[in-house]
Design a protein around this ligand. Structure first.
Ligand SMILES: C[S@@+](CC[C@H](N)C(=O)[O-])C[C@H]1O[C@@H](n2cnc3c(N)ncnc32)[C@H](O)[C@@H]1O
Length: 243
């Protein structure tokens, strides 16, 4: 027969067992893995890949940008820079100075780390801003580059007009997305397979991307001198504007 006090002790013990087995019900919010933790882990993996196995892709586009625009001096803005991978690759083959603009403070923290790692403190700075409203003066930038970001912009027409505003006369853009040549992609995927990380080939974010008719969007902006490059040796698309 159980007494009242033994029942109370049993209830107390059951609560302790329950709390231990659930990791503490009272602290569920602290212990639960939040969406922001998952985003942070994905961003870290993206960063590690971009500076590691995917680095040749950024080097490749940096070479294409240099060849297409011929701009090697002045100010370059990397819009939606993330950790700064494309701009940093371009910094290695030009004398440009860089502004890495992103709407995410976490992304810019990574960019700052990489600027220091690459010894570019005197040639690069970060700017926390939205590409739809860029806090830079008219005509202050010679080259605007951007990879893998435009699909996430809410109103690319507004953003492109804003980019046009900050371009100096003779300034150019190279804005779009691509993952290098099929040969390069095959090599990287083979390397990822060796590492047991094949599923990480440009993971994350794809679901949020928006497919749009960029030619129609550009026409509507009234920007006079532009070209939309698709296909060629590397699948992808790029908007080249000349002011
Ligand atoms: C897929 S990442 C690409 C990062 C890097 N450019 C690359 O090629 O790896 C897209 C980046 O665009 C940024 N972004 C998205 N919308 C933006 C906006 N409206 N203004 C500025 N940055 C934006 C995100 O914060 C993110 O860092």
């Amino acid at each position: 027969m159980m007494t009242k006090s033994s029942l109370r002790r049993l209830a107390a013990c059951a609560s302790v067992v329950l709390i231990l087995s659930t990791g503490g019900m009272g602290f569920a919010n602290e212990n639960a893995v939040q969406d922001k933790d998952i985003r942070k882990a994905n961003a870290s993996r993206y960063d590690e890949m971009a500076r590691g196995v995917n680095a040749p892709i950024y080097d490749y586009y940096a070479r294409r940008i240099k060849a297409k625009t011929g701009i090697t001096k002045g100010v370059c803005l990397d819009a939606g820079s993330g950790g700064g991978y494309l701009g940093l690759a371009l910094a290695r083959i030009t004398d440009l100075t860089f502004i890495f603009l992103d709407i995410s403070q976490n992304a810019l923290s990574k960019a700052k780390e990489h600027i220091v790692e690459d010894g570019l403190q005197k040639r690069a700075r970060t700017l926390l801003a939205d590409v739809h409203s860029i806090p830079l003066p008219d005509g202050s930038v010679d080259l605007v580059i951007s990879r893998g970001s435009i699909h996430f912009w809410k109103d690319p027409g507004v953003a492109l007009k804003e980019i046009y505003r900050i371009l100096a006369p003779g300034g150019m853009t190279y804005i779009g997305g691509g993952k290098g040549t099929p040969e390069m992609q095959a090599q990287i995927r083979a390397r990822l397979k060796e590492m047991g990380r094949e599923k990480e080939w440009f993971r994350g974010g794809a679901g949020q991307r928006v497919q749009r008719d960029y030619d129609a969007i550009l026409k509507a902006t009234g920007i006079p001198n532009y070209e939309v490059i698709t296909g060629g040796e590397a699948p992808g698309f790029w908007i080249v504007i000349k002011k």
